[in-house]
Design a protein around this ligand. Sequence first.
Ligand code: ADP
Ligand code: MG
Length: 457
Amino acid sequence: DYRKGGYHPVSVGDRYDNGRYIVLRKLGWGHFSTVWLTLDTMTDTHVALKIVKSANRYTDSALEEIKLLECVKKTNPEAKGYRHVAQLLDHFWHQGPYGKHACMTFEVLGESLLSLMKRYNYKGIPQNIVKRISKQVLEGLDYLHRECGIVHTDLKPENVLVWIPNIEDYLKKDTAEILSDIKQKEAISLASSPTQLQPQNQPWLSESESAGLSKSKRKRLKKKKKMKSLQEAREEALENGDTGDLEDKMGNLKISTSWKRPKEIKVIPSSILDITSIEVDKEGLQVFDDIVVKIADLGNACWMDGEYTHVIQTRQYRSPEVIVGCKWTNEADMWSAACMIFELLTGEFLFDPRAGSKYNKDDDHLAQMLELMRTVPKVLISGGEFSREFFDRTGKLRQIKRLRYRRLRDVLHDTFLVPPEDADAASTFLLPMLEMDMAKRAPASQMLESPWLQESA
Ligand code: ADP
Ligand code: MG
């Protein structure tokens, strides 16, 4: 994807925003961008630099992401959930060989909850830690929904990152070494070709200027067609869950796609398996008992007041209203939250649909939901653009007739060997978020009152 309209080629030592940010190493990548650890020479602190692909559709989407992030930053810094959403620090443009890239900087965060699950070999994260994580994610969602009016639309373990206290102390040691290396190389290249050190970056352009720059191009593209291709790119990413994170950096774990569960995982040093003790891995990153997490990646987020029916959410976290093509809004995030919390507890997807010879993934997905929730509300049977394709008039699935009904508490107890009392409590907690009827689904504010979370304090 390093080509015209694609990712920007980045090397260690590159400077961005007129020399302000120096690239130190790669942190991760997603369908739309690569993310780099950089030193902000103005503040002498480290920041994560997200460089978005340069095609117009990605740039437009990045401008929207910036607007949403600025709203998140400004709306209410006093809110409880404020610190549980990754905050934008700065943004600028960068002109590269493959086009003009939107760049954003964020506070440097640690591994994602997916990596955390791997540490526990996909056998589930201890319940007390899951409770603390859940509470913070719900606080973050409550902030996004109620205060900012934003739907995240892609909540999943990869998009929740662990915050690391005193991260500067750990990064600084490494950085000193990398910087002296970079300086040496710069001195050599300066001696051979003095012009190379000129910053290649364009100064920051305002949004209106940037709009002006691409205006002629924009005119040529019919808006509808352009929107469709962005949506197509998004759908591809959502179906394939294509993302990368600090595993690259930790070196001992190399699993590139998120949703395909690897058959074999390399053994992780036992010292970092135990999150409750303060341990330092070989990169110097710490995982603490007082774990703090932040919701990241607002790249697909939307304003709550819009009227949408397009496909959102990575497959396993997708809500029923999205599948049948109903209008969706913030309740869709609550469904994803339940799927994610179940996965944190058990290490396995709650729903993992597959296509069969006579049915597709959507049919199987709805069947799995029905096996757990039993009844389907009228709004899904007839209210969605595709409802008729899935359901007959009586609310029975057209393609899949035989359902194996089961209860969530039994799944937890029988399949995942959760003790009966814990299985009951976790299931009582999760079910209000798995309400098939989005109008009846519990909002984040209500979930925060749940007794299951209070035990985690
Ligand atoms: P995309 O919109 O392309 O999916 P993301 O914002 O999800 O981009 O970032 C891609 C990856 O980069 C993430 O999965 C994560 O591993 C890493 N990443 C993103 N933001 C940070 C951050 N603030 N600190 C550390 N790593 C980050
Ligand atoms: Mg992402």
